[in-house]
Design a protein around this ligand. Structure first.
Ligand SMILES: Cc1cc2nc3c(=O)[nH]c(=O)nc-3n(C[C@H](O)[C@H](O)[C@H](O)COP(=O)(O)OP(=O)(O)OC[C@H]3O[C@@H](n4cnc5c(N)ncnc54)[C@H](O)[C@@H]3O)c2cc1C
Length: 500
């Protein structure tokens, strides 16, 4: 990059789900935009930490996330790498819809969307400092193979997940839960290939007492026939895991196995290891987590191959290139989203995205077991609004926060942190940064109405449309009925009635 190219309207730090959507939104609004990412690909946790299906964009059957995030899903479906949102027959522990995707295509589609929008991308580049002048962020300092470089921008979007830019700029932040700093545990995700998934499903059907949760998945749109499969997810093997724990034969931070089918035949995805007490902003803690996470992956995959018949020919086919970090810093903004805002479905005039997912806190205690004995899964009374003020740090100008580090309590974060939530926040942060830069105002002074109009123009959903909701419910009920009639799903897993 020549020195004349080192000034941008907007720099987005971090190419995860919030960051690549933010960069796309910013560039589409005409701002000269740079996306900086430490890895050699985009996608953040989903592609680097081997994350499983995208959780719902829905509250019950109501789709609450659309706009650029939905364009991304549509593009993955069109390119043959995703099922789109499919309905889970039992949402407990999994969410009301799941969207299966191919991780390699995720990386590629994200990169294409950012570049087609006109944003520049700088990969293999770590942001380790900021330029602050007169209390405002004016750019970032990066380290990469070329050395150290300063890059200037009118507005910087911190989509690092950890609030790295905000921290370097001196913005107030909270680590994990207040007041004790407890953090959600981290997980090294993995996949196994060569699994007899039909036998796995039959085993689940014939041993319901051994599974806390099973959900079958009903497709809601057509997608590549190459991805056709009987999709399901489950949490169980409870007795085998208990016996193995008692016999000292299994090294695992929880007391059951949580898994999903994937877009690849015979490949099963596991969200099953757990390491508690890790601060994902500390290299020493992350190192400890990688060692312990890998120990659990090796132990559990060996256990499945040797003890569970349908895994006897399976092998460990993938692990995250890093441990999955759910929670670190929450940057304190002009408003702090609370658990009651989330659970009671609170609405705000400065809504820029909507939240829909239950409060999902994995047990933060080491080795204490599953959600029932330590974690939280709390359903919401209604979808809620995320106010623009949560993206605006309380005292630092020139900066917006996107993704999982926005201003929220530990409990509220546990709801919006899934991919639909952070993508919608990223859409708003990128659009706001572009508008602030081109109107030459600070992000906190941006007229929110202008931002809301820009989001609506791109198809974002900021308010409930009752007619749409009624149609979506009807469509979902018809799809479930058709799957039942065709014998593709079983009535026994329709555990709770659809939400009104
Ligand atoms: C174990 C686990 C399981 C999950 N399961 C699901 C699930 O089933 N469904 C679902 O929808 N969601 C799931 N999630 C949630 C979801 O993946 C994350 O909340 C989401 O990825 C957060 O997006 P983000 O853009 O805020 O941050 P991240 O995904 O963390 O992305 C941050 C990006 O910034 C980059 N970066 C960080 N620091 C710097 C720096 N200083 N300089 C340059 N680049 C930097 C990173 O490399 C990364 O690409 C899970 C998360 C975890 C950890």
């Amino acid at each position: 990059m020549a020195s004349s190219e080192l000034e941008f309207d907007v720099i987005v730090v971090g190419g995860g789900p919030s960051g690549f959507i933010a960069a796309t939104a910013s560039a589409r609004l005409g701002a000269r935009t740079l996306l900086v990412e430490r890895y050699g690909f985009l996608g953040g946790m989903p592609t680097s930490a081997c994350i499983g299906p995208i959780s719902p964009f829905h509250f019950g059957d109501e789709q609450v996330i659309a706009g650029i995030p939905q364009q991304f899903i549509d593009r993955m479906v069109d390119e043959g790498g995703s099922t789109g949102h499919a309905k889970a027959t039992d949402p407990r522990g999994h969410g009301s819809y799941v969207c299966f995707y191919d991780r390699q295509l995720y990386k590629w589609v994200a990169l294409q969307m950012v570049r087609e929008a006109g944003a520049e991308v700088l990969l293999h580049t770590f942001v380790d400092d900021v330029i602050v002048e007169d209390g405002a962020v004016r750019g970032i300092v990066v380290t990469n193979k070329s050395g150290r470089t300063s890059l200037r921008a009118k507005v910087v979007v911190d989509a690092s997940g950890d609030g790295d830019v905000a921290k370097a700029a001196g913005a107030r932040h909270v680590l994990g839960r207040e007041p004790d700093g407890v953090l959600q545990p981290v997980t090294l995700m993995f996949e196994m290939a060569g699994v007899d998934t039909a036998a796995l499903k039959s085993y689940m059907d014939s041993h319901p007492e051994d599974f806390w949760r099973t959900s079958e998945i009903v497709p809601m749109r057509s997608f590549s026939p190459r991805l056709e499969s009987r999709h399901f997810c489950g949490q169980g093997f409870v007795s085998a895991v208990r016996q193995a724990h008692e016999a000292g034969e299994l090294s695992l931070g929880r007391d059951s196995v949580l898994f999903w089918t994937t877009v690849h035949q015979g490949v099963v995805h596991f969200n099953s290891t757990r390491v508690a007490g890790i601060d994902g902003t500390k290299a020493s803690d992350l190192t400890r987590a990688e060692v312990e996470g890998r120990r659990q992956v090796m132990s559990l995959s060996n256990f499945l191959v040797t003890k569970i018949e349908c895994f006897k020919d399976a092998w460990l086919s993938d692990t995250g290139i890093q441990v999955g970090v759910r929670e670190t810093r929450h940057v304190v903004g002009e408003y702090v989203l609370t658990e009651s805002d989330v659970v009671e479905g609170r609405k705000f005039d400065d809504v820029i995205a909507r939240g829909y997912f239950p409060v999902d806190i994995h047990n933060p205690q080491p080795k204490a077991g599953a959600k029932q004995d330590g974690g939280v899964w709390r359903d919401l009374e209604d979808a809620y609004d995320i106010p623009y003020r949560c993206l605006v740090p309380e005292s630092v100008d020139g900066l917006l926060v996107a993704g999982r580090a926005i201003s929220a309590s530990h409990e509220a974060h546990a709801s919006f942190r899934t991919q639909g939530g952070v993508m919608a926040i990223g859409h708003a942060a990128g659009a706001a940064a572009a508008l602030a830069a081109t109107h030459r105002v600070q992000p906190r002074a941006l007229e929110v109405g202008l931002l809301q109009q820009a989001l609506l123009r791109e198809g974002a959903l900021l308010h409930r449309d009752h007619e749409q909701v009624a149609a979506q419910k009807q469509r979902a009920a018809a799809a479930v009925q058709a799957a039942l009639d065709a014998g593709k799903i079983s009535r026994r897993y329709l555990a709770i009635p659809p939400r009104d």
